[in-house]
Design a protein around this ligand. Structure first.
Ligand code: NI
Length: 174
């Protein structure tokens, strides 16, 4: 029987605010099944990043694809961590599949080095800036129960959450 598509949790679901646990070797079989389905859900949304807590799985796992020049460039990050961040900051507009249609400027370190495991169990490192740096930090935040709106003032955060709740109610009402 084909698996039904993964559904993406919408804020303020409490599972989005929960810290995920590290992936262990015995999680390998689950991860192998989960990763292709996460990419499928992310591309369908469409989005450029998806973290396991967004589909209700409390594991430190995320997938990213910025699709430069419309070419697939999938990256799987297992137990990612930021090992270096620049003092220089950068501000970009962010959105999130768990906060559909909501966007705000978020300020983060401009350049980061992220260490992570890949599907083959190899440790890798990316040092980057620009959109990929913001995306990596955004996805790693998800693993710690942090949403992009948590980087905003309480006023802005509540405004976005209220607007989202209203839009979700309207959507449910058809
Ligand atoms: Ni997100």
């Amino acid at each position: 029987m084909p698996a039904s598509p993964l559904s993406i949790l919408i804020a303020p679901d409490p599972r989005l605010k929960t810290r995920a646990r590290p992936v262990r070797p015995e999680d390998g079989a689950e991860i192998a099944v989960l990763v292709p389905r996460m990419f499928e859900a992310m591309y369908a949304a469409p989005g450029i990043g998806l973290a396991a807590p967004q589909i209700g799985v409390g594991l430190r796992l995320c997938v990213i694809d910025l699709q430069p020049d419309d070419t697939p460039a999938p990256v799987v990050l297992i137990n990612p961590s930021i090992v270096a961040a620049s003092a220089e900051m950068a501000t970009r507009e962010e959105g999130c599949l768990s906060l559909p249609n909501q966007y705000a400027d978020v300020t983060r370190p401009a350049r980061v080095t992220v260490r992570f495991g890949d599907l083959a169990g190899k440790t890798r490192e990316i040092t980057t800036d620009g959109l990929l740096a913001a995306c990596l930090q955004h996805e790693i935040d998800h693993l710690d129960g942090i949403l992009f709106i948590d980087h905003l003032s309480p006023l802005k955060r509540n405004m976005i959450l209220r607007r989202l709740a209203k839009e979700q109610r309207q959507k449910a009402a058809g």
